[in-house]
Design a protein around this ligand. Structure first.
Ligand SMILES: [Fe+2]
Ligand SMILES: [Fe+2]
Length: 216
């Protein structure tokens, strides 16, 4: 493990932010770092990365709403709505930032990492919802990690953007934890078995070099 992002990681997530029933959740133990070329690429393409980030937040809101269609999540509608609202707030923050910086919201670029994860979602009653939740959790977890890395790299060159990314870290880490918890509530053993699968898949995909000016 080189990076942890979860409720027991005091570095990022104050315990007080979430109800006590979420305190048992495992930390996200990512098994591979993004290649060094990732940070170099992102830092050299900040305008494009902000556009990608806006689309990411918009899609994160849509994803939270799409999860509401699963019957197994009928008891989690409020939590999912809260995530969707928070992601839309993030979307709005990025749109404002784009506006301030005179950057137009260009087209979304699809991410090979996200497609690689989502393409492995299985069919089946519990299989599909658990995999969907775990993919969403992994995306939130990687965002939490990458926003932290980006915030640190930006500090000496762009204090405003460094603060912006630093401020999002806790929220994305919480989203990771909430999605993982939802998957565990459906079937704890299966969720843990599949999390192991997704952590391995993520580690294979995240090291693939990519020239695309996107976060994931
Ligand atoms: Fe977000
Ligand atoms: Fe999020």
């Amino acid at each position: 493990m080189f990076f942890s992002c979860g409720l027991q990681s005091g570095r990022f997530l104050p315990y007080g932010l979430l109800p006590a029933d979420k305190g048992e959740i495992a930390m996200l133990m990512l098994r591979a770092k993004p290649p060094e070329s990732w940070l170099t690429k992102v830092m050299a393409n900040l305008d494009a990365v902000l556009v990608d980030h806006a689309h990411l937040e918009r899609k994160a809101a849509q994803s939270a709403l799409k999860l509401q269609r699963y019957q197994q999540l009928s008891g989690s509608l409020k939590e999912l709505t809260e995530i969707a609202v928070e992601e839309l707030e993030h979307f709005n923050l990025v749109l404002n930032l784009l506006d301030c910086r005179g950057i137009a919201l260009g087209q979304a670029i699809s991410s090979p990492w996200i497609s690689g994860m989502m393409n492995s979602v299985r069919k089946g009653r519990n299989e599909q919802v658990i995999d969907h939740l775990l993919c969403a959790a992994m995306i939130e977890g990687r965002s939490c990690e990458k926003f932290q890395l980006l915030s640190e790299a930006l500090r000496p060159v762009d204090a405003q953007l460094a603060k912006f990314y630093g401020d999002l870290v806790v929220s994305e880490g919480n989203h990771y934890a909430v999605y993982l918890l939802m998957a565990q509530r459906i079937d704890k053993n299966e969720a843990e078995r599949r999390l192991d699968y997704y952590l391995t898949l993520d580690a294979e995909l995240v090291v693939q070099p990519s020239e695309l000016p996107i976060l994931h």
